[in-house]
Design a protein around this ligand. Structure first.
Ligand SMILES: [Zn+2]
Length: 352
């Protein structure tokens, strides 16, 4: 992704997940130490008890959990707790440092029960307003209000129709992270429903892979410097998109969201003519004409590139500064086709 989400957006709103985790751990630990389990609502952490005492569904689900957990051995209960811990170490899982645990047959009943509990937690995120607060914190943090997974899908303002809240790690596989905001990421509808779909970020063909952490610090940069801007066969550039840093995490992102393909076909090619027109219009506006020297043209191209970088466009035009930069680079390198392309668009001046 091109921009990371603030860690605090997940951390500050994660209390539903946290109190479920605390209640479940308390039940397991008390069963293990043969200590009485507090009745509802005292099984909930004191901090959020008042907000949740009327939630009958979760009350019933926790009672079920207790009834199933009591039939298991201490070792089995601890295994279940370990599985919850591993599934919720989202940063560790994405970085390839935490091993995703497989649900053993003996734990199936308790994990099925935990699934219902954490899915109910996910539902409560909406009802408790946590989901809106989480989205607002993320939306407010974005300098450009677009989906950071593709860079161009517009994000609706808080209070409007909600953007997709993607379970970054699939909720049907990593069931106990279903209500954890560190696993929940606002995402444009196209990225979510047409590209990511049910792909598992942690595995491809059963081979473990790393993936970018939306709440982490690594993000991707795009460069077009290796693009050949004009070819003799086609008037469209032979786009060469370089994604950096070139690490497994960014390669997974490119693969899962078809980034290169989408940028070429949807963002770059259809808007190339518009960039060329803009360059030509800009050079004319600053008073250049057919008699201007290449050095004068280059000076103005550098200015335009800097201006575009400081004032990036949104939506489908968001890579325009990079396209201008690519043209400037090849003009400066004296690529004769690019020099001709830019110069041919300069206005002719009648000889005096
Ligand atoms: Zn997107």
């Amino acid at each position: 992704m091109l921009v990371n989400y603030p860690f605090s957006a997940a951390q500050d709103n994660n209390w539903v997940h946290e109190w479920i985790y605390e209640a479940v751990s308390l039940i397991i630990n008390n069963l293990n130490s043969a200590t009485a389990i507090p009745n509802w609502p005292y099984v909930l952490p004191r901090e959020h008890r008042n907000k949740l005492t009327t939630r009958k569904t979760i009350k019933g689900l926790l009672t079920n959990f207790e009834n199933i957990a009591v039939q298991l051995t201490e070792e089995q209960r601890n295994k279940a707790l370990l599985l919850i811990d591993s599934q919720n170490n989202i940063a560790g899982l994405l970085a390839g440092e935490t091993v995703p645990l497989v649900v053993e047959e003996e734990l199936k009943s308790i994990i099925d029960c935990l699934k219902l509990i954490f899915f109910e937690g996910f539902r409560l995120l909406k009802e408790t307003g946590s989901r809106d607060a989480h989205y607002k914190a993320i939306y407010d943090s974005l300098a450009v209000k677009t989906c950071p997974f593709c860079g161009y899908e517009a994000f609706e303002a808080p209070g409007q129709k909600r953007e997709d809240e993607d379970h970054y790690l699939l909720k049907d596989k990593y069931v106990t992270s279903a209500a954890n905001f560190f696993n929940l990421v606002p995402m444009g509808g196209k990225c979510n429903k047409s590209y990511k779909l049910q792909q598992d970020l942690l595995f491809k063909n059963n081979i473990r892979r790393k993936a970018l952490n939306p709440y982490g610090t690594i993000k991707a940069e795009i460069s077009l410097i290796n693009t050949t801007p004009i070819t003799l066969l086609d008037d469209k550039p032979d786009w060469n998109i370089t994604i950096s840093p070139d690490i497994e995490e960014t390669r997974t992102w490119n693969e899962v969201f078809s980034i290169e393909e989408r940028l070429k076909e949807t963002v770059l090619s259809p808007n190339y003519e518009a960039v060329l027109r803009e360059v030509s219009d800009f050079l004319q506006c600053v008073g250049l004409n057919h008699n201007s020297s290449n050095a004068q043209v280059l000076t103005e191209l550098v200015k335009l590139e800097q201006y575009k970088k400081r004032n990036p466009e949104q939506g489908l035009g968001y890579l325009k500064d990079k396209v201008v930069g690519m043209l400037r680079f090849h003009f400066e390198s004296d690529n004769s086709l690019v020099v001709a392309l830019i110069r041919d668009a300069l206005p002719q001046i009648e000889a005096a």
